[in-house]
Structure formats: structure tokens, C-alpha cells
Design a protein around this ligand. Sequence first.
Ligand SMILES: CC(C)(COP(=O)(O)OP(=O)(O)OC[C@H]1O[C@@H](n2cnc3c(N)ncnc32)[C@H](O)[C@@H]1OP(=O)(O)O)[C@@H](O)C(=O)NCCC(=O)NCCS
Length: 325
Amino acid sequence: MRIYSRILGTGSYLPENRLTNADLADQLAQQGVETSDDWIVERTGIRARHFAADSQGCSDLATEAARKALAAAGISADELDLIIVGTSTPDMVFPSVATMVQHKLGTAGCPAFDVQAVCSGFIYALTIADSMIQSGSAKRALVIGSEVFSRILDFKDRTTCVLFGDGAGAVVLEAADQPGILATDLHADGKYKDILCVPGHVNRGGILGDPVLKMDGQAVFKLAVGVLEETARASLAKANLTDADIDWLIPHQANIRIMQSTAKKLKMSADKVVVTVDQHGNTSAASIPLALDTAVRDGRIQRGQTLMLEGVGGGFTWGSVLLRY
Ligand SMILES: CC(C)(COP(=O)(O)OP(=O)(O)OC[C@H]1O[C@@H](n2cnc3c(N)ncnc32)[C@H](O)[C@@H]1OP(=O)(O)O)[C@@H](O)C(=O)NCCC(=O)NCCS
């Protein structure tokens, strides 16, 4: 009999420190950087973001989200046999955030590792967990997207620093005899590395290159809109479903205009798109599980509904997961 994976519970966490666009504009003005609430809302749909406290690392945010997902799933950390974290902003070069989360959850033994696919990180991590469950090598997986992008932003670059925030989202997946995850689709194309990257890296005891985010916003925008439609269609085709079967579109929360244009291409009305970018900006690998958890907890997403999760990010990487919740 075929094994599927299904979502048992979701959780998310946003750090306490919330900055509205006006708060951020005030802080940036003190450094001579000019921006405004109007510009940010009009071009991106973002109204606020959360920044982690200095004492909080990526693994702290991830652990908070994980605890909520475990509670929602009604299982303990000891019952997990796999932990995967999608992140580009780990606490350390190594060990992985996943092993830190494992320890903070008070458990040990099961495999734990990170996946680095930037804003597609959660989609990659979920796909890997699904494959491991399908193959029988795991029964209960914790899959997390967690980021502290505030640590890699250049607050003198107004074209990027207004766009991102910190946060974490998590799901517990369990083996089941019915789907669950219906189809997955992953891609990457390394020729686009320069349009979205953090070029700095640790080298011989120092940092070589600029360790802050660089982006060609317009190039990213164009690429994102195209690949998000393609990957959604690829997952639908694999599951023998059509646009009309999707109850909720949960895209990577980067920019409301990208999300609206993807929804239009998939012939979906705006009220079928889960939007949280206004409240937390782009939280990279955390954005999709954060949006998913928000809509599960406010009652929009119901058991039995069909969800299209899709992401795009640096690399370039992109992909989608189509599932029955
Ligand atoms: C970044 C982005 C919002 C910029 O919007 P845009 O419409 O392309 O804006 P432009 O870059 O053409 O800039 C337009 C003007 O606004 C100015 N501007 C840029 N950032 C600004 C800010 N924060 N506040 C005020 N003005 C700003 C620019 O300097 C430019 O001024 P100029 O015309 O005098 O030169 C948009 O390109 C985008 O969302 N791209 C995708 C980014 C993304 O989603 N990345 C993550 C993917 S995982």
C-alpha cells in the first residue's frame, strides 16, 4: 500500500519587536535614508515587519514555532523521527539550526538537518520530508522555515531593507494511507545567483565580501511571476487537478503585486489567496508556513481543502507543494 504524508499540526512565531513602515522610516531617517509608508505599501503591500531581539537566534524562533506545531499535532518531540529546517540565516556556520532545535525541544537521536534554498527553503524541506515519509524512512517529521533576515540587511539600502522581516513557521507531517501531499515540484537555476544574494562569507577568521543582501528587484520580480505560474501548473498536472480545484493559494509572501499576478494567471480570485506579507514583510523560508498557520488558526483553511503552497527565492530556486489539508 502506498504511503502518503499529511499535515498533523501547524505553528508559527513572530518576534515581539514589531515595526510599522512609519517606525522603520523614522529609524532610517536618522541615518539619512529616506523612505515612506506610502512608497512601501504601494510597491510591496508591506505595512509592518517583526525583528528578532539581539538575544534571539534563528533556532530560538524555530523552536517557538515548533512547540506550537507539536501542540497542535498533539504529539511530543520524542515522537519525531525527522527534523528539517529551511533557513539561510542560521545561528552558526555549523552545527545546523535543526540540531539546535532538536536539543531545545529536549529530544535527541532522530536525523536533523538544514536545507538552504533561500525563500524556497520551506517548499524544499517539505518535499524532502514528504519523500522520506513516502519511502518509509520517517513516520513523523517536523518541518520548519525560520529566518532572521534583519541580520543580513543593509539599512543604508532602502531598495532592500524595507522588504524583509524575521519569523518562523512549522508543520508536523505524519505518514498516512490517504493524501496528504498530492504532488511536489522543485527547480533551480544557478545562473541567476547575482540578482539575489548575500556575497560575504567566512574566510580564514574574517568575513570576505559584503555580508548583506543584494538584489536586482525588477529582475527578481519578472522571474518570480513566470516561475510561480509554471510550478503551480506542474504540481496540478502531476495530481491530475486544475486551477479550479485549488481552495487556497499560499504563495511565498514577498510582494503583494507578485502574489496578485500569480493568482490572476491561475484564474483565482484575490480572496482565495492567503496574504500575510502586509503584517510581516518577506520572511524568506518562514513566509509560507507563517501564512499557512495564520489561515489554519483563523479558521479559513479547513480539513479536506486543497492547498497550493509555492515559493521562489535566491539561487534561483522555486517549487510548489499541492496538498489536501
Ligand atoms: C523592490 C521593488 C519593490 C522595487 O519596486 P520598483 O517598482 O521596481 O521600484 P524601482 O526599483 O524601479 O524604484 C523606483 C524608485 O523608487 C525609489 N525607491 C526604492 N526603494 C525605495 C524606498 N524604500 N522608499 C522610497 N523610494 C524608494 C528608487 O530609488 C527609484 O527612484 P528613482 O526613480 O528616482 O530612481 C520591486 O522591484 C520588487 O518587489 N521586486 C521583487 C523583490 C522581491 O520580491 N524579492 C524577494 C523575492 S524572494
